[in-house]
Design a binder for this molecule. Structure first.
Ligand code: ASN
Length: 334
């Protein structure tokens, strides 16, 4: 007997904004208030062919993803968790603007690792109404991917014909249809999320970054944390090196590290932080910075922010950072 539509398993489509849901009425691309309906219709056309029904829910308000702030990804995660429970959804597709998609995707990889339902994120380079739009190819890829994934599959990004792990994703093309890439593979045998140690407060951590380039000095580094963030991610040279001969830089690093977790990642697309290799690396590590192994910048921000919001302290975060929790890094063979 054929199952009626109501009996079909549900794929939740959670729309958050972005170009995929925009139109241009002459003032530049902006959120299209009718996108929810169009999405519901198109998602159902795709889902029904796969034996699912689609139900659309939207982030309120939907946003241009360049306007995402530290609360955006945790808010999306909370909404998805609540909706999945209420609808008994068996899969989730998130539509998101491409500008900060990799940041949100990385954070959702932690937030939703224990959801028990697969989650895939997509978006588009062209608005849904444009003639050459990639919106529905990407939506179709995301729905196909997530309805075939196992319930414990890591969160993924489906875009431009490819599917990559969310926690390794980086936006690599501002215009092309294959907008995201993952240079590094998912870390094998993740140990899972740590039990939260104390009740995290209700405020959401703000994580900022600072990139070492020839010419930066201690004052620049201190200015980077001038707005009072909760953590700092340093984009280091090569294997985790910094200009330690710059006057005052060691003291500045030690001072910031005493105040908040400071995580070091490499500016290189491949390879890992190994502060033991060079003398400057050792001097750098001695200031208290935490090695970020081969985390992407997006995943480093996501991981440290997630751990702070879970209530972990700076020393606990230093202990957890080298471990592979959800596939975000390749642990060093120590
Ligand atoms: N393609 C896009 O979605 C870019 C848009 N500015 C956004 O991130 O919302």
């Amino acid at each position: 007997m054929r199952r009626t539509e109501v009996e079909l398993p549900t794929v939740l489509i959670f729309a958050t904004g972005g170009t995929i849901g925009m139109h241009d009425l002459g003032k530049g691309l902006e959120i299209d208030p009718n996108f929810g309906e169009i999405l519901e219709h198109r998602a159902n056309e795709i889902a029904l062919r796969l034996g699912y029904r689609a139900r659309v829910n939207q982030l309120q308000p939907a946003i241009e993803s360049a306007n995402a702030d530290e609360e955006t990804a945790p808010k999306i995660a909370r909404a998805i968790r609540a909706r999945v429970g209420a609808m008994r959804a068996s899969a989730v597709v998130v539509t998101h603007g491409t500008d900060t998609l990799a940041y949100t995707a990385s954070r959702l990889a932690f937030e939703l690792a224990d959801l028990g339902v697969p989650v895939t994120i997509t978006g588009s380079q062209f608005p849904h109404g444009a003639e050459q739009t990639d919106a529905f190819d990407n939506l179709s890829l995301a729905i196909r991917t997530v309805t075939q994934a196992n319930p414990k599959a890591p969160v993924s990004v489906a875009f431009g014909g490819t599917v990559i792990p969310a926690v390794r994703a980086t936006k690599s093309d501002a215009e092309g249809l294959i907008a995201f890439r993952a240079e590094r593979k998912l870390g094998g045998a993740p140990r899972g999320l740590p039990q939260r140690s104390v009740d995290g407060g209700s405020s959401i951590a703000r994580v900022v970054t600072f990139r070492f380039t020839p010419g930066v000095n201690a004052a620049d580094l201190l200015a980077a944390v001038g707005g009072g963030p909760d953590a700092l991610v340093l984009e280091c040279y090569g294997a985790g090196n910094a200009p330690m001969a710059q006057r005052g830089i060691a003291d500045a690093l030690a001072e910031v590290s005493a105040r908040m977790p400071v995580v070091a990642v490499t500016q290189c697309a491949l390879g890992s932080v190994d502060t033991e290799r060079y003398a400057v690396g050792r001097q750098f590590a001695a200031t208290g910075v935490i090695g970020g192994s081969d985390l992407t910048l997006e995943a480093a921000i996501a991981k440290v922010g997630y751990l702070i919001d879970q209530g972990f302290t700076r020393p606990e975060i230093a202990e957890l950072m080298p471990h592979n929790l959800v596939g975000e890094l390749t642990p060093s063979a120590a």
